[in-house]
Structures are given as C-alpha cells and as structure tokens.
Design a protein around this ligand. Structure first.
Ligand code: PEP
Ligand code: MG
Length: 740
C-alpha cells in the first residue's frame, strides 16, 4: 500500500482530485507542484494512515517507516539539503490537512530538525545568528507545547525574564546571545517538566511531530469543529511534511496568503472592517479624519443615524434581522450584525468584551453582515461589482424571471444605488427615515412637542418642505418607475429622548420648555410600542400628518412633471391597517389632498392608494380591504411578529436556541415562515384578487431579499418583491431561479 505521496521539483505522485486520500492541502500541493509552481518539496502521509493509526491503537502500518525514509531522501535530493546535517541542514514543517479545511483546529510544528548542531549551521549559512537562534527557540517552544504537552506559560515567563534582563519590551529587541541563552533555559525547563531531555535527534523529532498531528485529529477543538460542520470522524487527517522556507530571513523574504483568483463570489462581499467606536458622534469625528470605523451600540435609535452613515458597519447587542439598526444599515449598504448577545458593551469605559476578549475603542474588528460573524482584526475586503460575468448572469436572470424586483429606499443615494443594481421601482419609502438625519429630527420633534394644533401646523410646514424635496428627488431619480411612499409608521416616542440630559438638549434645540419635553415623553411612553400608537393609528389621531405627507407626495409629482421629467405614478401606502374603516378614513384624506393639489397646480397626475398587509386581521379581511386598496404590500416583518407573537427586537436572544433544538429551521424574520405567515399571505392574495381582479401585490418586508422567501412569493403569485438596494442582485437571481 502506498502510504506516502511525494511532491516537488515539477512532479508529484498525487493530484487535486485526491482530496479524500491526501487531504485538501496535500492534494493541492501535489497539483501545484505538478503544474510547475515553485512548491518546496515534501511528502504527504495519507488520511488512511490516520484511520489505521486509530484502528490499531495509535500505531503505524509496518511499511510506513520505510516509505517515509525514502520520501525524506527525495526531499533531501530535491532541496539539496540533508536532514540533521551539521553543515547544510534540511528543516521541515509538519502540518495537518484534512479533506475539508479545519482552520487552526489541529496541530503544526515548524523549524523541525533544529538542534544544537544544525542551529550553528543555520546561523553560518544565513549569516544571521539572531535569526537562527530565534527560529530555534520558537521551535523548542512549539514542539514542547504540541508534542510534549508542556504548558506554554512556562516559556512565556522565561521569555519575559530574558527581556527584563536585557531591559527591553519587545521580543525583537533581544539579541542573538539572549536567544541562545533562552534556548538553554527552555530546554532546562523541559527537563524539569517531563524528566527527559528535549529530543536532539531530528528523526525522533519528526516522528514525534507526525504523531502529534494525528493525535490532534481527536482534540476537543477539532471534535467540536467537526460537529459544527458535519465532518465525519472517519475521514481522518493527512500529515504534510515539507521543506521549510523562511519568511523572516531578511527584507526579500515574506510570508502571507496570496490568491490566484478573486476570492469574491461577486455578491457576498459584505465584510466591512473598522476601528471600534461606541458613539455616533465619535464615528462621525473619526470618519471625518479619514478613519474607517465600526459603530458598536447596545441598540440604535434615530439619534445614531449620522453615526450609522459615517461607519463602515454596525454591531448591536440587542435586536435582530428586522430591527431598526439592521434595516437602516442594510438600506445604506452597511453590513450590520444585530443582536450579538454575547457582546458586553461598556460605554463608560469605551470597550466591549466577549468572554475573556476585550476590545477597546480604536481597536479593529471585522463583521460579516451575512453570517453574523464578528472577527477580531481586519479581514481584507472587496467591493461588490456588477460588471463582467456577474453582469451577464444578471441579464440571464432578468430574461427568465417574472417577478419584478423593487427596492426599499428613502434617500437619493439609496435610490441611485438601487437603480444601478437593477431595481425596477421603489417598493417602500419609509418616510420616517427621512427625518432621522441631523437637523431634521429637530423639526420632527418640534411637531411632536407642539402645544396645540396651530403650533403643530407650523412644524408640519417645515416638515412638508423637507419631505417634498426628498420625494421630488426620488421621483426624478426613478425616472417614471413606480415609487411607493408610505405614511409615517413608527411610534412617536421613538423620536423623543428619555434621559434627562438628552431631554434638556432637545428642549433647547426645539425651543420648548424642558417640562414640556418631560411631559410629552411621559405621555408617549408605551408598554408595548410595537403594538401601540404607530402605523395608520398615528394618522387617524393626527390627520394633519397624513395630509402633510400626501401633499408632499403630490406636489413632488407635479414638480417633476413641470420640470419636464417623467411623471411618476405615485403610490401612497398606509401602514399597519387592521380594518377597512382605518383605510377608508385615510384614503379620503389622501384623495381630498390630491384634488386640492391638482387644482392648485393646474395639472392632473395618476396616483394610487394602497395598504400594507402586516397584521393577521388584515390578511383575513383582505377581501374587504381590497374594496378600497388599489394595491397590497405585505409587510412580513410585522406580519411575522404579529402572527408568531414574537417581538422583532427581542427574538434574537432566544431564537438561536430554538434553531439548535430544531423547533424552527430558520429565524422566521430571516426566511419566511411558509406554514404560518405564508398561509396568511395565501389567504390574503386569494381574497384580495377575488375582490379586485388583477390587483397588484408585492412584499416589502426583509424577506423580499431572501431567496427561499422569494421562491414562495413567486409561487403565490405576487407581482414584485422589494428589498434593500444591496440585496437587489440576489433577488433578481432568486426570482429567476424561482421561475425556472
Ligand atoms: C414590515 O413590517 O415588513 C415593513 C416592511 O415595515 P417596517 O419594517 O418598516 O415595520
Ligand atoms: Mg411594518
């Protein structure tokens, strides 16, 4: 049986396809060697040796020793060096390499073959004693840890002592003599710990390292990793023994990772790294200085919007896929990890901790908004591009799909981005997002804090101007494509701060007495705001808000038309409707406003009034709602929340356990719960279309960007999906896959 496979010098026994036998690393080293890449020579002990090792009580097949000796001779020949030689010694690296990559889970030994003789030769040949003894002390430390099982802390203490003796702080400030002495200290410690000398015989070192790598297949880390990634224990690991090359032998040497292909898959490059900051203001300050920052908050509020904008990404410890921070961040194309419950944030000390790891303000973290990973340090990133092959695939997708794809967007930047990614319209303008920015939130607060209706009208005038300008710009950018503008949705208290200091600030900025801010905050306080005074309920109690918004929309349509642009079909959407009466009352306000604006402007335009379907009652009453509603848009974030009775902001804390226990397969806020929420949607589609033939229907909850949910939308006959701009390409592809 061939247990050992050689590679190097333009030839190899193995090939890339032999992953099962040679492991991923071994198979690819063989392939690279045989296509002529300058791979340092070496050999691979197969995964079958590992399997046999465990079957035969940690012993090796009898032929193995001979095969390794032969392979080693080949490496000596190919490298022109000799293992254990006192003038030109060959040094080896010994690494694990399973069929599937298990990064960092198993053991590795480098610089193997160093002893008191070979180190002298290495010093002489390299002309660098410091380098030679540094390599030696690293080897003794690594081997003692990995093979001899000696605690690393012993060596760390000795290293510290050496630095103290020399009066320096950094390892690299130690000179050759210090390191030589350190090796002696290390070896003395080894003797104390195991009652034997450190092995000087390179062959003994080699077999020790090979055994350690095979043994590490069964260490706890590797076992856990296999469980998490469904890697069978029976696969075993290969061991790769390879001639050492040095990345630290002068300025013409380096180590690192290089890609011969773009590692990006074209769409999922959502890594986006930065220095940790804990306040929106700090994010803005540092971003202005050109720093890349990552905003970390326990949770976010409208007050943080400038920070979200300035940051490369957002990490929150509360909330989930559909909570505020995630939705806003996604809209801006910022990756967001929301609800990372294991992260403890200490604002006062400006640091966060996860278990024993502490990260101070200014340290770098990387987050992946797709997988929810939070990574210490910086990961290189690639901006997504829609050109080339990716563009071709998108064009193919557009040929086959029948579902339209729109975007959820509220700023000109979002809208432009959405159009660039191929959005066919805007399915949801969350108008409240337009008031999050800087000075604007003040106008909103003035409106909320108004003493009476007259006061409120003045504040509304100010909001009307802003809203009209924003919507005009959106209509202009979308150039005739449909734009659905939703009336104000969130509970008003979201715009009012709650700490004394913040309230004082707001009172000053809004020019109202502090007492009034306190009183309004208390009045607006709700036990259950998500089920409280929000959505259309706001417009029912403050019809002047609805009127202002409708006016802004229609005046914007008129302005675009008068400027010679394509007059859009303005779609006015009412959120959180439960009853026909709610919709009828608000539709009347909108219609009256439309008539007034058409008269004032002396021009006609087409518009539609429709409703969000985001409550179970609305689904069941869809037939009736369709009498008034000219379109439906399923708000599956709220529909999931209300159908499941599961808070969109709090579920992140326990849903992972639900997933782990198999109670739910997927977070229902990420991928539509087809059996429950989906049934309600089916009912609503059927009843709505029976009442109003051919009625236009879409989805604008976060599920509109999730491929499995998109497939469902296609199946139940929706006309479009609407998702955040950066998910549009994925949605186009998923819609095509659903159609095929
Ligand atoms: C929804 O509920 O699905 C929706 C789109 O509205 P929002 O997320 O703004 O509540
Ligand atoms: Mg909603």
């Amino acid at each position: 049986v061939q247990w050992v496979y050689n590679f190097g010098a333009g030839a190899a026994d193995g090939r890339a396809e032999m992953k099962n036998l040679l492991g991923g690393k071994g198979a690819n080293l063989a392939e690279m060697a045989s296509i002529g890449l300058p791979v340092p020579p070496g050999f691979t002990l197969t995964t079958e040796v590992c399997t046999r090792f465990y079957e035969d009580k940690c012993t090796y097949p009898t032929e193995l020793k001979g095969q390794v000796a032969k392979a080693l001779a080949r490496v000596e020949e190919r490298s022109g060096q000799k293992f254990g030689d006192a003038t030109n010694p060959l040094l080896l690296s010994v690494r694990s390499g399973a069929r599937a990559s298990m990064p960092g889970m198993m053991d590795t030994v480098l610089n193997l073959g160093l002893n008191d003789w070979t180190v002298a030769a290495l010093a002489k040949r390299s002309g660098d004693r410091r380098f030679a003894y540094d390599s030696y002390r690293r080897f003794v430390q690594m081997y003692s840890d990995v093979v001899l099982g000696i605690e690393l802390s012993h060596f760390e203490k000795l290293l510290e002592r050496a630095k103290q003796r020399r009066g320096v702080k950094q390892d690299h400030e130690l000179v050759a003599e210090d390191l030589e002495k350190l090796v002696m200290d290390y070896k003395a410690r080894v003797h104390v710990e195991i009652g034997m000398d450190f092995p000087e015989d390179p062959h003994e070192q080699l077999w020790g390292a090979v055994g350690a790598v095979f043994n590490s297949w069964m260490n706890q880390r590797a076992k856990t990793y296999r469980q998490l990634h469904d890697i069978p224990e029976s696969w075993g690991t290969a061991v790769n023994v390879q001639a050492m090359v040095f990345g630290n032998m002068g300025s013409d040497c380096a180590t690192g990772v290089a890609f011969t292909r773009n590692p990006s898959n074209g769409a999922n490059d959502f890594y986006a790294a930065g220095k940790v900051v804990f306040s929106a203001d700090e994010a803005v300050r540092r971003a202005k200085d050109g720093e890349k920052v990552l905003l970390v908050r326990i949770e976010t509020s409208p007050d943080d919007i400038h920070g979200l904008h300035a940051a490369e990404g957002v990490l929150t410890t509360r909330g989930g896929m559909t909570s505020h921070a995630a939705v806003v961040a996604r809209g801006m194309g910022r990756p967001c990890v929301a609800g990372a419950g294991a992260v403890q944030v200490d604002y006062a000390a400006a640091r966060l901790s996860v278990g024993s790891v502490t990260v101070q303000e200014g340290q770098i973290l990387t987050i992946d908004g797709v997988t929810g990973e939070v990574i210490l340090g910086e990961v290189p990133t690639v901006p997504p591009q829609l050109s080339g092959a990716f563009g071709i695939i998108m064009a193919w997708a557009d040929e086959y799909r029948t579902l339209q794809v729109r975007a959820n967007a509220e700023t000109p930047n979002d809208a432009r981005q959405a159009k660039e990614f191929g959005a066919q319209g805007i399915g949801l303008v969350r108008t409240e997002h337009m008031f999050f920015d800087g000075g604007r939130i003040i106008a909103m607060r003035r409106m909320i804090l108004a003493a009476d209706e007259a006061d409120r009208k003045v504040a509304l005038e100010e909001l009307l101007t802003m809203q009209r300008e924003d919507i005009t710009e959106l209509f202009r950018i979308m150039d005739g494509r449909p734009v659905t503008v939703r009336l104000l949705d969130p509970p008003l208290h979201e715009f009012i701060p709650h700490t004394e200091a913040e309230m004082a600030q707001v009172a000053k900025a809004a020019g109202v007495p502090l007492n009034r801010v306190r009183r309004r905050a208390a009045e607006l306080q709700e036990a259950n705001p998500m089920l409280g005074h929000r959505g259309c309920r706001l417009a029912i109690t403050y019809p002047e808000i609805c009127e202002m918004q409708a006016r802004a929309i229609f005046e914007a349509a008129a302005a675009v038309g008068k400027a010679g642009g394509a007059v859009p079909v303005a779609e006015v959407m009412v959120p959180l409707v439960a009853t026909l009466q709610e919709l009828s009352i608000l539709k009347e306000v909108v219609e009256k406003t439309a008539a007034a604006v058409q008269k004032e402007q002396g021009m006609n335009f087409t518009y539609r009034v429709g409703t969000m379907i985001e409550l179970p009652r609305a689904c069941l009453q869809a037939g009736k709602l369709a009498e008034q509603a000219e379109f439906f848009s399923f708000g599956t974030n709220d529909l999931t929340q209300t159908t499941y009775g599961l808070s969109r902001d709090d579920a992140g804390a326990f849903l992972p356990e639900y997933k782990a226990k198999g109670i739910v397969e997927q977070d229902p806020f990420v991928s539509l719960d087809q059996e429950g929420v989906g049934e309600l949607i089916k009912v609503a589609v059927e009843r709505g279309r029976t009442a109003r033939d051919g009625m236009k229907m879409g989805i604008c909850g976060e599920h509109g960007g999730d491929p499995a949910s998109i497939e469902f939308c296609n199946k139940v006959g929706l006309d479009y999906v609407s998702c955040s701009p950066f998910r549009v390409p994925v949605a186009r592809l998923a819609a095509a896959q659903a159609a095929l």
